[in-house]
Design a binder for this molecule. Structure first.
Ligand SMILES: Cc1cc2nc3c(=O)[nH]c(=O)nc-3n(C[C@H](O)[C@H](O)[C@H](O)COP(=O)(O)OP(=O)(O)OC[C@H]3O[C@@H](n4cnc5c(N)ncnc54)[C@H](O)[C@@H]3O)c2cc1C
Length: 495
């Protein structure tokens, strides 16, 4: 069964609000039209829908009570962290509510001997590293938005970051979860120890984009800070040479902690915004960070330098201390806001390609930019082949956003044609659901939907995201062709 999200009457809304207030208290229910505006989009600001209410629970039990109410009254709900998502994952649903986890922001347990930290979902990514740093540890996944985005959002999107090349993305650092299912039941999966028997439900939930339930507690793995860190900033006349260096370094058996490229447009924007000292006239900058035992890093440094020179690097700098290293990274991490200063609006695309295709794909993006008459800035996790072309547009110009979406869509087609993916880390969300079928056939999508239905038989949890066409748990295509033996035996039902 799927809820029909019909327009609700004013008296129904009043009654529903009263029920929410009974669960949460007046201070945690937002209904004023002005305040609701703050929740009508995430960082994909081109799409906006005002929710009917926003609630801010402080405990898993409150989340559960709110969801039980939604389940009973068939009201869709959208989980929300800090709203920095770039795929419209936290975009509200028409006639639905938003459940903001921002008040559930406590670090519950710092367990240094076992290298574990247990947090509530509204804890900001960087707070985890800040909490364990005095003990010599850190939390590896570091999205560029890490000073704002939450662990709940990171879990839902399986977020990556500049250091995920060597250490893996969020899923490699989450060991257990508490989650409230779409009927209000609270479940626990995984835990502090490794390898729980049975299905890897933690792995299934990480990256599920808020469609399977609301995460209310997360057990994270932290890792020891490396003994040595060396960061290169190399400039090139041509971005293709920067791309070739990335493949060259890995081909020589060196896996840096991170490898990031910025094109000339990004470099100029960053320099104008914060002036970190990148050469303004460079065609591209490649940042390479080596870390690990001091002897290993020392041995890898000449290899990296050699590859950079072989690929025509015109200037190679190695950060002399932590302060200079932070400055190199500050430039990269400020690239999006720096572009935001000069463009009235920008759209961030997120696609993946095999590393070896970097030069080819960047050239195609250049051609597309000319064809559509829209500027595209390139900044990306080069080591992972994860591109982030930023398309600059002006939302006040009629048709500019539609043109932007078309151009950004063509970039994704190029990525898929090259053997890549329509998303590396920002998720499919609302924005890219129309492209999922570039990678999956109907049967694959139906299989995915069956999993969703097993968690959420009414389709109330973050509906309208991920799947290209509205799917319900009773669509004929989503049912298995034959009745399952468990159903035949009367031991299970298919919704
Ligand atoms: C300047 C900038 C730089 C960025 N850099 C990166 C980067 O380097 N790497 C990267 O991966 N991303 C990056 N992002 C994207 C974004 O920050 C990440 O996707 C982040 O994980 C979103 O976290 P959030 O708390 O803002 O989540 P939101 O945007 O609020 O939500 C994201 C999704 O998670 C769901 N969700 C949130 N909380 C929960 C919960 N408790 N339970 C279940 N579902 C939940 C929402 O429904 C939504 O689908 C960047 C964004 C910006 C604006």
């Amino acid at each position: 069964m799927t809820a029909e999200h019909k327009t609700k009457s004013t008296s129904w809304k009043r009654g529903f609000e009263e029920k929410l207030i009974r669960i949460l208290g007046e201070e945690s229910v937002i209904s004023s039209q002005d305040e609701l505006l703050a929740y009508d989009c995430d960082a994909l600001t081109g799409h906006r829908i005002k929710p009917i209410f926003v609630v801010l629970p402080t405990t898993a039990e409150q989340v559960s009570e709110v969801i039980k109410l939604c389940y009973k009254e068939e009201i869709p709900f959208v989980p929300r962290g800090a709203g920095t998502g770039l795929s419209g994952g936290a975009l509200p649903t028409e006639e639905g509510i938003v459940i903001s986890l921002s008040k559930m922001n406590k670090i519950l347990d710092v367990d240094i001997p076992n290298q574990r930290v247990v947090v509530e979902p509204g804890v900001v990514n960087l707070w985890v590293t800040n909490a364990v740093s005095p003990y010599g540890y850190y939390f590896a996944p570091d999205p560029s938005s890490q000073i704002v985005c939450t662990i709940g959002g990171n879990v839902a999107e399986n977020s990556g970051g500049v250091h995920c090349l060597k250490y893996g993305v969020t899923t490699n650092h989450v060991l257990g979860l508490q989650m409230v299912l779409a009927d209000g039941e609270i479940i626990e999966v995984g835990g502090k120890t490794l390898d729980h028997p049975g299905y890897d439900l933690t792995g299934l939930i990480v990256g599920s984009e808020g469609l399977l339930g609301i995460v209310t507690k997360v057990t994270l793995k932290i890792i020891k800070k490396p003994e040595a860190v060396k960061t290169f900033s190399a400039s090139f006349d041509h971005i293709e040479d920067a791309g070739a260096s990335v493949s060259g370094i890995t081909a020589r058996g060196v896996i840096p902690a991170g490898m990031e490229i910025m094109d000339s447009f990004c470099i100029k924007s960053v320099e104008e915004a914060i002036g970190v000292g990148y050469p303004k006239d460079a065609g591209a900058i490649l940042l390479v960070e080596l870390d690990g035992p001091a002897a290993e890093v020392e041995a890898q440094m000449p290899i990296v330098e050699e590859v950079l020179k072989e690929n025509n690097a015109i200037q190679i700098q190695v950060a002399k201390d932590a302060k200079e290293r932070d400055l190199f990274w500050k430039g990269r991490k400020s690239a999006f806001p720096a572009i935001g200063r000069i463009a009235s609006d920008y759209y961030v695309q997120d696609g993946v390609i095999p590393r070896s295709k970097l030069a080819e794909v960047l050239a195609e993006i250049g051609e597309l930019s000319k064809k559509y008459g829209l500027r595209v800035a390139n900044v990306f996790h080069a080591g992972d082949g994860n591109l982030h072309p930023l398309v600059l547009y002006d939302s006040s110009k009629e048709g500019d956003f539609d043109k932007t979406l078309e151009l950004a869509g063509e970039i994704l087609r190029v990525c898929v044609d090259m053997g890549g993916s329509i998303t590396g880390e920002h998720g499919v969300g609302h924005d890219k659901k129309r492209f999922l079928s570039l990678m999956f056939e109907e049967n694959d999508l139906n299989a995915m939907n069956l999993i969703r239905c097993a968690f959420d038989n009414k389709g109330l949890c973050n509906p309208g995201k991920l799947f290209p066409t509205p799917r319900t748990c009773v669509e004929s295509g989503t049912k298995p062709y034959k009745e399952h033996p468990v159903q035949k035996a009367g031991m299970g039902e298919m919704y």
